[in-house]
Design a protein around this ligand. Structure first.
Ligand code: ADP
Ligand code: MG
Length: 479
């Protein structure tokens, strides 16, 4: 929704993406989701005296990978710094992060909007940092808070955008695209519900045409695309109201309350100097060789934009190509389904029939009762003329319910297409003989009535007649 009084929004996003490493950024503790509290925290995570961090090389490679994928500069030397603050779930009293020398600088992310348009959004930087633990306040009786340190030290990539987003829709598209890319690269699960992708939205407003940025507020920890969009809209409207009433927006960190549909002050915004950043004396600067960067480049999979372009070139429509390229699981399913088959037919069956059915069942593709191999078997029966398109849909429905294979269902229910010319000729002859009126009309030039003959024959053959053969036999008989 546009803003009143000629204002526009200025939005910059900070996305925290949990890197899918087996162990933490600086310790060997596991990172498995959903473990019992505090069973995945060792001496390093607990900040026992004398313990030293050891950098996880896999997390660094993930950072290089993302940098390459967005066309960024990979810093040959980056530095880990201590960001000092007090949290009950931060035993060291500081977070190890990167400050003025992050691993990745610059880059671009191409976003796509619902109307089919798109544009590039600048990425400012990406740095690696460790996550904090989790305070749990509402468990058990009494005013007791608990601390779970399983998450302490889990590797995060913080990806910061330029303040180039202008609408909540663009912000939503940016988060979705980043999620898609991270999942394609296999470096983050991108599951916002589980918190392994979180977003802070920085929002300010200004009058159209103004070039200077006004004061921003940062809304913390938005955990769904819907929340990102709603929080930005409300925050921007709040800013307009403050400016229009002659007030001034103060720099703040705010929280989004999805139940009340409003943002609330959490604290006045701290500046970098408040954190007393300094290089972490326990860690050497990260030096990256060309060989290492090139080795990572060699592991890059086909990226979503390239896949989309390739699908478009192979004849798929923009909607289908965009949809299949929007998720790693979709892309993998399609790759298997389309292998050695007609891409357009495969895309159509996948995005219309299968996605429609899964949508009704409320099931993700990952848990689809029909695998790509199983759907492929159905498409092969269709392509070889063994079954008709109409029967294929019937078989598909049975596959969904019973979990049986397409060929087995066709054999069991005797659904194979009738291509036996003798049988079809007999049925066509019957159609002609039984409908003298229609024959007369057809001969008088009523082309549309031809369909009624086809319908008659289809009924006779229980929908299993080969439509092409029926057509040609009828044409021949009707002259
Ligand atoms: P901090 O850690 O202080 O939040 P960062 O540099 O990590 O600082 O992130 C700042 C974010 O805020 C970036 O995404 C940037 O694009 C955005 N931003 C900066 N100034 C403004 C502004 N005036 N209005 C909206 N967004 C802004
Ligand atoms: Mg911030």
């Amino acid at each position: 929704m546009a803003l009143p009084h000629g204002y526009e929004m200025v939005i910059g996003l900070e996305v925290h993406a949990q890197v899918t490493t087996a162990s933490k950024l600086f310790s060997g503790s596991a990172t498995t989701f959903g473990a019992e509290p505090n069973v995945q925290a060792n001496e390093v995570d607990l900040a026992m005296p004398g313990m030293l961090p050891v950098l996880n090389a896999g997390a660094v490679d993930a950072g290089i990978m993302l940098g390459l994928a967005i066309g960024a500069e990979i810093n040959r030397a980056s530095v880990f710094a201590r960001k000092n603050y007090f949290y009950p779930d931060l035993p060291k009293g500081y977070q190890i992060s990167q400050y003025d020398q992050p691993i990745v600088l610059g880059g671009k992310l191409a976003i796509e909007l619902a109307d089919g348009s798109g544009r590039d959004i600048g990425v400012t930087r990406m740095h690696l940092e460790e996550d904090a633990g989790k305070s749990i306040h509402d468990m058990g009786a009494g005013n007791v808070s608990y601390v779970d340190l399983n998450r302490a030290g889990v590797p995060l990539m913080e990806i910061v955008s330029e303040p180039e987003l202008r609408t909540p829709e663009e912000a939503g598209a940016y988060v979705k695209k980043l999620r898609t890319l991270l999942r394609f690269l296999g470096i983050c699960d991108g599951d916002m519900e589980k918190g392994n992708l979180r977003c802070d939205a920085n929002v300010s407003v200004r009058k159209m045409g103004e070039t200077k940025l006004r004061t921003r507020c940062e809304i913390k920890n938005l955990n769904s695309v819907r929340h990102v969009m709603a929080a930005i809209q409300h925050e921007a409207e709040r800013h307009v109201a403050v400016w229009e009433s002659g007030g001034e927006v103060g720099q703040e960190t705010r929280l989004w309350d999805p139940d009340l549909n409003e943002t609330r002050t959490l604290r006045s915004k701290e500046d970098a100097h408040d954190y007393r950043y300094f290089p972490c004396p326990d860690l050497l600067p990260v030096q990256l060789t060309e060989a290492r960067i090139e080795a990572v480049r060699g592991t890059l999979p086909e990226l979503p934009d390239a896949l989309r372009a390739r699908l478009l070139a192979s004849g798929l429509g923009a909607h289908e190509a965009g949809l299949i390229a929007s998720d790693k699981d979709y892309a993998a399913y399609f790759a298997e389904l389309a292998k050695g088959r007609d891409a357009k037919i495969a895309a159509n069956w996948m995005t219309v029939e299968l996605f429609g059915a899964l949508n009704k069942l409320g099931v993700e593709l990952e848990k689809s009762p029909i695998s790509a191999a199983a759907l492929g078997e159905l498409l092969d029966l269709l392509a070889s003329g063994k079954i008709s398109g109409k029967i294929a849909k019937q078989v598909f429905a049975t596959m969904l319910e019973s979990g049986k294979g397409a060929a087995a269902i066709v054999a069991e229910q005797g659904l194979a297409q009738v291509s036996d010319e003798g049988a079809l000729r007999a049925a066509c002859a019957k159609a002609v003989a039984a409908n003298p009126d229609a024959v007369a009309k057809f001969k008088a030039g009523n082309e549309r009535i031809f369909g009624s003959f086809v319908g008659f024959v289809m009924k006779e053959t229980k929908g299993q007649g080969n439509p092409e053969l029926i057509n040609s036999i009828l044409r021949e008989m009707l002259g």
